[in-house]
Ligand binder design. Sequence first.
Ligand SMILES: O=P(O)(O)OC[C@H]1O[C@H](OP(=O)(O)OP(=O)(O)O)[C@H](O)[C@@H]1O
Ligand code: HPA
Length: 167
Amino acid sequence: MISEEDVNKRIAEMGAQISEDYAGKEIHLIAILKGSVFFACELAKRITIPVTIDFMSVSSYGNSRESSGIVKIAKDLDEPILDKEVLVVEDIIDSGKTLNHLKPMLESRNPASLHLCTLLSKPDRREVEVPVRYIGFEVPDEFVVGYGLDYAQKYRNLPYIGVAEEE
Ligand SMILES: O=P(O)(O)OC[C@H]1O[C@H](OP(=O)(O)OP(=O)(O)O)[C@H](O)[C@@H]1O
Ligand code: HPA
């Protein structure tokens, strides 16, 4: 669906935009495991202001194609986010349930600011609205894999975004 070249080009643009928007500040990336790790690493390399990074593991999909709606926190952050400029990094926003749950929880820890950044957004699937500051690509309602996105844990390593065919 999206070539390796196009994904990398867009991530470079997002990194430049973020560096400009946060000029003179430090940014603290929170990557949501596991999917967003590939995107977060590439994005961090394209940001020219000081960057720190932490990880959190939240799962709602298990091994299926549908969100269970139950967001489970399997691993919390290592560091406090008090007074930090936080950017939560996701690989995809689908129903919006994961970030809808996560955002207020992180905001209650009083960061200086908290915004959301996602490589992909599937607007047709949205069930709850979440304000997203940076979106790489809007994609149609198909189950996508690659660049960190999995189907039953596979295909995360593809360097492009593809569509998982029905079995
Ligand atoms: O907007 P939503 O419908 O909530 O979907 C988005 C969430 O689903 C995926 O995570 P998943 O639970 O598949 O975990 P993974 O990143 O480990 O694959 C993705 O990384 C987001 O966290
Ligand atoms: O389209 C998708 N692909 C992989 N993981 C996902 N999690 C939500 N939507 C998707």
